[in-house]
Design a protein around this ligand. Structure first.
Ligand SMILES: [Zn+2]
Length: 256
């Protein structure tokens, strides 16, 4: 299982005084430690939707340059995980209610497909990997909330991986992150993305190659997530980002 890299890392060389460091190779940007660190913090809900991502603070936390942080944030913005607003800075992306519903509906489509393909392709190595993961989830202390969030997301990524389609795997990873943002925005803070008891059933059905039941179980599991999110109303939702969007809306109306 791939582990995230440590959050803190010394720059490879001292920060040049005038010259900017080399641009990050975009092909490997997903493996960049800053990108990985922020993605992990979002998937573990330590960073909440709407949270400000200050370049200086991040540069200090990661022991790197502001240029590096800026590039990482731009990359995350291209993945709809971060929102960059001119003259305001970067924020953890906060999906709208419509978008949150679309994210979960897309997961329902993608994951019923990945579970089906995973069963078609299931071999000895895949079975072993799935069993190992299920044992890990079974043994895991659920009170360790942050680790639980990573572990349950890994189950879904593993199913996508077993499906053997790189594009589906990439889409699943992206949808997983966006689900975390959707659930963090529209459910009580700190709630898990997955209800805990669904994975053993889905895993067992995959191992039994019972495709129809596995697809049903996965669909039901995602539908449960869809039912748990609720549109939010009222004044307690007002935060910096909401205020910004209101302002932008107001400007749009004023101009047109
Ligand atoms: Zn799940």
């Amino acid at each position: 299982m791939k582990r995230s890299r440590p959050l803190r890392r010394k720059p490879k060389r001292p920060e040049p005084k005038r010259q900017e460091p080399d641009a990050i190779d975009l092909r490997s940007t997903d493996d960049d430690p800053v990108v990985q660190g922020i993605l992990t913090a979002i998937s573990q809900k330590r960073l909440k939707p709407g949270a400000k991502l200050g370049e200086d603070k991040l540069a200090k936390a990661f022991g790197t340059t502001r240029i590096h942080i800026r590039q990482a944030l731009s990359h995350l913005a291209s993945r709809k995980v971060v929102m960059q607003i001119p003259n305001r800075g970067a924020f953890v992306y906060r999906p709208s209610w419509e978008e949150a519903k679309d994210i979960l509906a897309a997961r329902r489509v993608i994951e019923t497909a990945t579970v089906s393909a995973a069963i078609d392709r299931l071999d000895k190595a895949g079975r072993a990997e799935l069993k190992a993961h299920m044992e890990l989830e079974a043994r895991h202390d659920r009170n360790d909330r942050w680790a639980s969030l990573s572990l349950t997301a890994e189950f879904h990524v593993l199913v996508a991986k077993l499906a053997g389609n790189r594009v589906l795997l990439e889409m699943s990873r992206e949808l997983m992150l966006r689900t975390s943002l959707a659930i963090a925005t529209f459910e009580q803070p700190g709630e898990p993305d997955c209800l805990p008891d669904a994975h053993p059933d889905i895993g067992a059905l995959i191992l039994a190659r019972d495709k129809a039941s596995a697809i049903d179980a996965m669909r039901h599991h995602i539908e449960e997530m869809e039912q748990r999110i609720r549109p939010k109303e009222g004044a307690d939702e007002v935060d910096e980002l909401t205020a910004i969007f209101r302002e932008i809306d107001a400007r749009g109306r004023a101009g047109g």
